[in-house]
Write a protein that binds this ligand. Structure first.
Ligand SMILES: Nc1ncnc2c1ncn2[C@@H]1O[C@H](COP(=O)(O)OP(=O)(O)OP(=O)(O)O)[C@@H](O)[C@H]1O
Ligand SMILES: [Mg+2]
Length: 248
């Protein structure tokens, strides 16, 4: 199986500051890869390079066998701060990513995804009337609406309270069940990582490289408890704490 994302010997500097120090990994179609690492180690920068917002200083970034040189439509991006258009309704925001469609088609597609994320009743509201969790649902619907093969998610639930966050994590798995997406997801939460991921990569502090990698091999529906869950959580936390300087 060909990898859908290939990062080869990626080095990234901003001016003379070395951020990412020779990182290589690849992602297979259908994987849910979670990137963890200390603040400032370059996780967002990594997503931005996959998206083509940033270019590596050296090394190759390939998505679907093509070198990434600019933003493109291979991915939907979900940002921590939702990044909704305040002047568009829920439906309008979801429609905003759709091109080459008639007005009627756009509306039908947007209605389908708004319904999928559970916001049918709010489809004609503007973002200021929505809670954080609801805004993030809109943002996920918008990212899915043009059916990209890849989803890039940068701490999408970081701004939510603990309860809403759990609901959104469960919802994300429910929503994704019927789609064959490849996901690269950034978080600071080890629990979130183990709950969602098929694979976790832990980056060191800047200049970052990969210090640990783990396949999360939990069969069936995920829960936030259980021996395997706790095993993975503790192991990953151990490596992360070492990098962030948290004492165990
Ligand atoms: N456009 C930019 N110009 C200059 N420096 C930048 C730019 N973007 C990021 N940086 C620097 O690169 C480093 C990595 O930033 P990045 O946002 O990728 O970290 P992160 O791992 O996502 O951190 P956090 O967990 O806090 O979100 C930081 O030191 C940051 O200041
Ligand atoms: Mg970041």
């Amino acid at each position: 199986m060909d990898s859908i994302i290939i990062c080869n010997n990626i080095i990234k500097k901003f001016e003379n500051l070395l951020i990412i120090n020779n990182v290589s990994f690849s992602v297979d179609p259908g994987e849910f890869l979670v990137l963890l690492g200390p603040s400032g180690c370059g996780k967002s920068t990594f997503l931005n390079m996959i998206a083509g917002f940033e270019r590596p200083t050296s090394g190759d970034m390939l998505v679907m066998n093509n070198k990434v040189t600019k933003p493109n439509r291979n991915y939907g991006f979900v940002f921590q701060d939702y990044a909704l258009f305040p002047w568009l309704t829920v439906l309008g925001n979801v429609e905003s990513g759709l091109f080459n469609k008639t007005k009627k088609e756009k509306k039908e597609i947007a209605e389908y995804y708004v319904n999928l994320v559970g916001l049918n009743e709010f489809k004609n509201e503007y973002p200021y009337k929505l809670s954080g969790g609801m805004k993030q649902r809109v943002s996920i619907a918008r990212a899915l609406a043009y059916d990209p093969p890849i989803l890039l998610m940068d701490e999408p639930f970081g701004a939510l309270d603990a309860q809403t966050r759990k609901v959104m994590q469960q919802e994300l798995l429910r929503i994704l069940k019927d789609f064959k997406k490849t996901i690269v997801f950034v978080t600071h939460s080890v629990v979130e990582a183990v709950y969602l991921a098929s694979r976790v990569i832990v980056l060191s502090k800047r200049p970052s490289n990969i210090i640990y990698e783990e396949h999360i091999d939990i069969e069936g529906e995920r829960h936030f408890t259980g021996d395997k869950f706790n095993f993975y959580r503790e192991k990953i936390l151990h490596y992360l704490n070492h990098e962030t300087g948290v004492r165990e």
